[in-house]
Design a binder for this molecule. Structure first.
Ligand code: ZN
Length: 308
């Protein structure tokens, strides 16, 4: 039997332990950074950062996976996450409509292809055919427009349809569509399955093309400036460290795709130098206006945050 004093002492110790554990848990949750992503090669820099941080310091980025851009965007715009790796044109449109978000880095450079059925030999052959893009507000839309222009075609010469990325390879294989452009590795999937071929890589249509951006909420930037600064610095160095081999390891962990799909897809993309410069943003804005994605994209000073 425990004496009364010993019993009280034991209870105090247990309570102390309990409070310490709770305290730690509370602090951990407060320190957590919640980032939304889609399981695509275009999000690998933030996935790599999460892995590296956990290995180095045990601290975690809470990665929240979404199945589509609209769902991810809703989470970002309603403050359910602190940031996201997202199509930059979608983020620009959200900002234009009042969303409190800032772009702090690129997701990647290049990394897209125009995939077509094997019956299509040149862009002119797409006349009267159906082509899929994931969203009107995307670099995939811009790349299609650039390709059409090369062949002297206009957007009215083809049927454009918006499809979920996961549906595109099978739609091409079944002949429902004749081509598509979308985040990777969905282009590489059709090519490795021998259901389609690459007509253009993104750099053939738009040098140093932009596509996805890392976007953070203004709330997070305002309330936790030090955490945001460190997060962006670590993100850029994680991107710079992504060799083809390392990118493949991270992709295997998060994307669940066959190696041959990843090997092909990763040939097309780079994660180095993810700063958003005024010059590259201006090129993007010019294309956004030229192809009617938006008449009034947000100004660089309003949308991009580089001054950490
Ligand atoms: Zn992208």
């Amino acid at each position: 039997m425990l004496g009364r004093k010993k019993y009280v002492w034991l209870m105090v110790c247990l309570l102390g332990l309990f409070l310490t554990a709770c305290g730690k848990k509370g602090k951990g949750a407060e320190d957590q950074i919640k980032i939304a992503y889609l399981p695509i090669t275009h999000s690998l820099a933030v996935l790599e950062e999460a892995d590296e941080l956990e290995k180095k310091s045990g601290s975690k980025i809470e990665l929240v996976k979404y199945g589509s851009w609209p769902e991810l965007l809703d989470a970002l715009n309603t403050g359910r996450v602190d940031g996201a790796s997202v199509l930059i044109e979608l983020a620009m449109k959200s900002r234009q409509e009042g969303a409190k978000i800032k772009a702090v880095a690129l997701g990647h450079k290049d990394g897209n292809v125009i995939v077509v059925s094997k019956k299509i030999d040149k862009i002119e052959d797409l006349k009267g055919k159906t082509f899929a893009i994931p969203h009107r507000q995307s670099s995939h839309h811009i790349l299609l427009r650039e390709a059409l222009e090369k062949g002297g075609l206009s957007i009215d010469d083809i049927n454009v349809t918006e499809l979920a990325p996961t549906e595109m390879p099978s739609a091409l294989a079944s002949g429902t569509i004749d081509g598509y452009c979308v985040a990777e590795p969905f282009g590489a999937m059709a090519v490795t399955a021998d259901a389609g071929k690459v007509l253009y890589t993104s750099e053939e249509l738009w040098e140093d093309s932009l596509c996805c951006g890392l976007v953070l909420s203004e709330n997070f930037l305002k309330n936790r400036p030090e955490a945001a600064k460190k997060f962006v610095e670590d993100y850029k160095s994680a991107g710079a460290s992504l060799s083809k081999e390392k990118a493949k390891e991270t992709a295997k962990k998060y994307l669940q795709q066959p190696e041959k799909v990843l090997d092909l897809s990763l040939q097309w993309i780079s994660y180095e130098d993810l700063d958003i410069t005024k010059e590259t943003y201006q090129v993007l804005c010019d294309k956004v206006k030229k192809y009617g994605l938006s008449d009034n994209p947000p100004a660089f000073e309003d949308f991009v945050k580089n001054d950490f």
